[in-house]
Design a protein. Structure first.
Length: 98
């Protein structure tokens, strides 16, 4: 392809690719036993697909806590990030309530 060809796939204009929005969550810490890591649990209420009854689904998120400041029982704000380890895909933004 020749230079200046409009069919190139390189981004034009500002030179920066657009990044997707990162999802923040406010959830409860259930474990802080690991160094620089916390485990956060989220509970969602969804209708059962066959019977329609509202049931709770729990999910665990592993988040990076650089300063080890979150304790078990705290409500924290976490945000999506690049993979930091085998399980950690979130990072701690701040501790909302103790």
């Amino acid at each position: 392809m020749a230079e200046g060809n409009p069919t190139t796939t390189a981004p034009t204009g500002t030179g920066e690719a657009k990044r997707a929005t990162r999802k923040p969550r406010n959830r409860e810490v259930i474990s802080n036993g690991k160094n620089k890591a916390i485990v956060v649990r989220t509970i969602t209420r969804v209708p059962h697909r066959k019977f329609g009854k509202i049931v709770k689904q729990a999910k665990k998120f592993y988040a990076h806590d650089e300063e080890n400041k979150a304790k078990t029982g705290d409500t924290v704000r976490i945000m999506e990030t690049r993979p930091l380890s085998k399980l950690k895909r979130w990072r701690l933004v701040d501790v909302v309530a103790k």
